[in-house]
Every structure is written in structure tokens, then in C-alpha cells.
Design a protein around this ligand. Structure first.
Ligand code: GBH
Length: 484
């Protein structure tokens, strides 16, 4: 067989022989030494965790089931003109009822882990006060099903679906305290089964996009001062949440978050540009990740905001700067940075119009940003561990009559990003796992169902799930613990 295929691929074989004859060798590769052409293996460390990620409002549907309270996103999505085609999460993938089927999809992929979120308003329909036991029952069933299938749940407590009954939403400091109470209650009751918790998902999305730019719920356009205060309440919720989880769980519990810090890639990998990218990472993420990692707002941010800087109360930064067991980083698109003589010493280059992107116009393709996401954060702040809590891509998937989706563009995206993640693990950065966004096509927020991020296609008429080519590929990656 081997000999036949060598002959069939005569050109490759000849090229290999030419290299061998010339005496050129690459580290780890000895051309011509054995019959089998040796490849550079892109293997991940033993015990590396592969997973998929989802979020409650994007997949669950069943918005009125079992006493769930209304959320900001229910209201926003039902407001004309706010989401594409007026789409809502009312039904979504109906994963609330189809969770066993979704667990089977996970099992079939062979993932070790699954990142999901809990809908706050299923546990506390009013955001605080009386808990709803049926909410907890539901998540107990979901978690039991995962555990029975050998899949470890990693749970996000807040992925943007805020109970609508909380007055003022994130404009109100009390919401941060309500979050901590919800986190305390939920982790106390589920903490014997779930050992990995993330407080919040992507500060900038539920603060700035919701309250400053109006693109996400609740759709407000506040001026800088109040909008900066909303940001502060977001990170305060995280901090109080970490304290609450620690106080209510055993010492084998791992606490982190899922953050989409801006990822700054040096335009050229030379010392000056690398330093510029690191500086940009620290300064441009000042309201969020930098504040958590350093337990303060850095001077550059305070100077920049001046009179609009957030009001901070005593004790806030003690909570916000709480030590984490891991930093989860959602990674999608790069920003390119070079050293310059600007006042801050760096310049973020705008993307040329020809820059390639996936189906979502914002999803610029830059595989190396996953490497720099890890490297910048680790070199700046040396966290105990990191996870890629999301990475994935939208494609114009078409289901063929044979029930197949040949999403070679998503596959290209994933293969290249994961190859760059391999570089980070090979260099010894403490990345412990990777969660692919997403297990399923789902409600893509303001884009509704018009953008598909799943490695399983969902026919929204029948709710039937179909594995795409990328699912078959990911299954192979997981089985080999290597890029294929
Ligand atoms: C993540 O957000 C979310 O955690 C997840 O829920 C989501 O489904 C997934 O990624 C895919 O989007 O339209 O130009 O104003 C990623 C960060 C922030 C990217 C909002 C898109 C809107 C850009 N997202 N952003 S634009």
C-alpha cells in the first residue's frame, strides 16, 4: 500500500528524496531514514482539555418554562428593530428540552469538557429574593447528564441574560451585589458536582455594547461618566462573585472568568513591536482585565477618563483584584500594533479594507492572535492557568440534500488558530484547555439566527442537528490530541 501511494504521489516522493540527498534536515525530521515520511507533530500536552462552549439565552429557548423570570434580552429581542429579522431567543435550539441530545453530540465528539452558562433568572426569577427550585432542578439534570457521560461541566454564571426585575440593571451598584448572592446560592448548591466556575462573560459586551453603544440589551446610549460606572459595576460583580464562590465552595474549586480582552499582535515579531503589543494589551484593557489583574485602575486610564472616571468605593478593588485560579480568554480577531513615537509609544493599525474576515464582518481572520492572547496575558500578569474559553467562526453554511455541511472555511479558520495555540503550549505557557464556540448554531445576539457559529448545523424549522465537516475534524483533533 505504502509503495503504491508513494508512486502515486511521485512528485512528493521525489521532492523528499531531493531534500534527503542534499543533506538538509529539520529538527525532529530525518528525511529518508525510514519508509514512513516523518511529520512534525502538532501535539498538545497530556491532559489538555478539549471542549465546546454555549450560553443559556443562545441555546435554551423555553423562556417561560418552570418559572424562568424575564431578562433584558427577552425585552430587547422583542423590541422592533433591535435584532436581525426580529429574531428572539424564545425557542432558539430548545436545548432546555433537548439537552440529552446535545450531550450525545458532545459525547460523540469526545470532548472532555463543556462550557455552558446558567440563566440567572431561572434560579432567581426576580434577580434576587426568592429562589425558584425548578431552575436548580433543571441544571441538576443537565449536569448529571454530562457527568454520566464523562464530560466535565465548566459553568459561566452570567452570559448577558440579566433578570429584568433588577432596577436599573448594571447602572445600579446593587446589581453587583445581587450577582454575588446569586453566585453564592448557585455554587453552594451545585458545587459538589461542578468544580470550575466562571463569573461573567465579556465585560465590554454587557457594559459598553449594552449601555454606551446601544447595540446589545438594554440598548442604551449613556454618556461617558455613567457608562464608565456601568463598567465598574460589571467588574465589581465579578469580584464580589469570586469572593462569594470561594466562601461557599470547597478548596478544590477553580474560579475564573471568560473575558474578551483586546488581542494585540506585534506587526513584526521583533523586540520593539512585541513590547508595543504588550503595552497596548495592558493600557487598552485597563477598564477590565488589567483592573482585575492589577487590583486597580492604572493611571493611563484614570488620566484618559478624567472627571468621567468611575467612582470606586472602599473595598471594591479588594474584591475585583481577587486572585483567580485561571483566566479564560475568548479569542476571535486580532488587532495589529507597532511601536511608534505616539504619546503611549504604540499605534494600533486599522485593518485595510481587503483584510479577510469570516461571515460576520467583524470576524477578521488572524490565527496568530490566539498565541498572542496567551502570551501577552501570561507575560504581563503570570496567571496560574489559562483557558481559551471561546474560539470559533461564522460561515455561510449550506445544508445539502444529503444532510452535509462542508464548512471548509470554518475548518481552515479553526485549524490555523489551533496551530497557533499549539505554539503557545509548546513554549510552555500554562494553557489548560480550549473551548470551541460553538457546539451548535444558535441565537447570535443582535445578528439573530443569520450568523451560524456551530460545528453542528441546526435546522430551525425542525430543530434537528447535523454534524458539519468541522465537527468530524474536531473529533479527530480531540482523539489525537493534536492538530490534524
Ligand atoms: C462572543 O462574543 C460571545 O461570548 C458569544 O456569546 C458569541 O456568540 C460569540 O462570541 C460569537 O460572536 O457588530 O461590529 O458591532 C464575541 C465578541 C462582541 C463580537 C460584539 C461581535 C459586535 C461587533 N463580540 N461584536 S459589531
Amino acid at each position: 500500500m505504502k509503495a503504491i501511494s508513494r508512486r502515486m504521489f511521485g512528485k512528493t516522493a521525489a521532492a523528499t528524496a531531493a531534500v534527503a540527498a542534499s543533506g538538509v534536515s529539520l529538527p525532529g525530521i530525518a528525511f529518508g531514514q525510514t519508509e514512513e515520511h516523518k511529520r512534525l507533530p502538532l501535539g498538545f500536552p497530556d491532559g489538555f482539555k478539549w471542549g465546546c462552549a454555549t450560553a443559556a439565552y443562545q441555546i435554551e429557548g423555553a423562556v417561560k418554562a418552570d418559572g424562568r423570570g424575564q431578562t433584558n434580552w427577552d425585552i430587547f429581542a422583542h423590541t422592533p428593530g433591535k435584532t436581525r429579522n426580529g429574531d428572539t431567543g424564545d425557542v432558539a435550539d430548545d436545548s432546555y428540552h433537548l439537552y440529552k441530545e446535545d450531550t450525545r453530540l458532545l459525547k460523540d465528539l469526545g470532548v472532555q469538557t463543556y462550557r455552558m452558562s446558567i440563566a440567572w433568572s431561572r434560579i432567581f426569577p426576580e434577580g434576587r429574593g426568592e429562589p425558584n427550585p425548578k431552575g436548580l432542578d433543571h441544571y441538576n439534570r443537565v449536569i448529571d447528564e454530562l457527568l454520566a457521560n464523562g464530560i466535565t461541566p465548566y459553568i459561566t454564571l452570567f452570559h448577558w441574560d440579566l433578570p429584568a426585575a433588577l432596577p436599573g440593571g448594571w447602572q445600579n451598584r446593587d446589581t453587583s451585589k445581587a450577582f454575588a448572592d446569586y453566585a453564592a446560592y448557585t455554587t453552594k448548591h451545585l458545587g459538589d458536582k461542578v468544580k470550575h466556575w466562571m463569573t461573567t462573560n465579556e465585560f465590554v459586551c454587557f457594559t459598553d455594547l449594552g449601555y454606551r453603544y446601544g447595540q446589545f440589551a438594554p440598548g442604551l446610549r449613556l454618556p461617558d461618566g455613567p457608562a464608565n460606572q456601568v463598567r465598574h459595576h460589571g467588574i465589581l460583580a465579578h469580584g464580589l462573585g469570586v469572593q462569594a464562590i470561594r466562601a461557599n465552595t470547597s478548596s478544590d474549586t477553580q474560579v475564573g472568568l471568560a473575558e474578551n480582552a483586546g488581542v494585540y499582535v506585534p506587526v513584526i515579531e521583533t523586540e520593539e513591536h512585541i513590547a508595543a503589543a504588550q503595552k497596548a494589551t495592558r493600557i487598552l484593557n485597563a477598564p477590565f482585565l488589567t483592573a482585575l489583574m492589577e487590583g486597580k485602575y492604572i493611571d493611563e486610564y484614570l488620566r484618559h477618563e478624567g472627571a468621567n472616571a468611575p467612582k470606586v468605593e472602599p473595598g471594591d478593588f479588594e474584591a475585583i483584584g481577587s486572585k483567580l485560579d485561571f483566566v479564560g480568554h475568548n479569542v476571535y480577531a486580532p488587532e495589529y500594533v507597532r511601536a511608534s513615537d505616539s504619546p503611549l509609544g504604540f499605534t494600533v493599525e486599522p485593518h485595510p479594507k481587503s483584510y479577510p474576515h469570516m461571515d460576520s464582518p467583524w470576524l477578521n481572520i488572524g490565527p496568530e492572535c490566539i498565541y498572542w492572547a496567551v502570551r501577552n496575558v501570561c507575560d504581563l500578569w503570570h496567571p496560574e492557568g489559562m483557558y481559551i474559553t471561546e474560539n470559533g467562526a461564522s460561515s455561510t453554511d449550506v445544508l445539502t440534500p444529503q444532510g452535509r455541511v462542508e464548512d471548509i472555511d470554518r475548518l481552515m479558520y479553526l485549524r490555523n488558530y489551533i496551530t497557533q495555540l499549539h505554539r503557545a503550549t509548546a513554549e510552555g505557557y500554562p494553557v489548560k484547555g480550549y473551548f470551541l464556540w460553538s457546539l451548535l448554531d444558535n441565537f447570535e445576539w443582535a445578528d439573530g439566527y443569520s450568523k451560524r457559529f456551530g460545528i453542528h448545523y441546526v435546522d430551525y424549522k425542525t430543530l434537528k442537528r447535523y454534524p458539519k465537516l468541522s465537527a468530524e475534524w474536531y473529533k479527530t483533533v480531540i482523539a489525537k490530541n493534536a492538530v490534524v
